[in-house]
Design a protein around this ligand. Sequence first.
Ligand code: PGA
Length: 247
Amino acid sequence: MRKIIIAANWKKYLNEEESVSLVYQLNDLLNLKNYNHQVMLFPDANHIPSILKVIENKYSLLAFGVQDPSFINKISDLLSDTFYEEISLSIVGHSDRRINHKENNDTTLKKLSELKKYSGLCPVLCVGETEAQKNDGFTLDVIKKQIPKNINSSKYSNECIIAYEPVWSIGTGKVPKNKEIETVLNSIKSLVDENVKLFYGGSVDLNNVEKLLEINLIDGFLIGGASTNFESLLGIIKKVDKFLKKN
Ligand code: PGA
């Protein structure tokens, strides 16, 4: 049966109290119901210790990650030995890093390679074209350069994810047509090992998630803005669940 992963990238949207409260609500809910999906959370790294205290001693279906490998050292000091049990993911190459921190493909690929030394961590490599690159017809070329050769899950934990996030779609409300996403995902699929999971990210919300689920190649969504509010995140989870049960 198809499984869908809902990955919430909270960036710097929430303060510590809001992050903790959202995890608390979500955790209780996920423990009560038996859904057919997984939820991954990428909170502000500074909030992770408080968040983990909230879910301590509770069975949880949530997986946690950092928004960039540069946060790993900071957090691993705070969490000491429990780090590897609690943090299982790291986003790499998000457009925030590429744009605001001027990180290019080389920096991103270096970070991705460094992740291998943390054997328990699954990378979520973000790739995507800018609006100008799309308009010039360079989407597939750009993405090809953002993906390292021979990327496969066995190099990391047993998981590895590539998230297609068109830069022009992030936080703008603009979403590519399903056909366009399919073309890109097919192209990525042809470059990577078959066990690499494929996500779509960029303005995913309650109104478009069902349509996007029609793309069979999608294993999950990386969601920013719409994941930072409980009702909205819960609504997305319910729609995904309903879709999976129906299909
Ligand atoms: P968005 O962000 O859902 O707000 O467009 C996605 C992301 O930045 O990963």
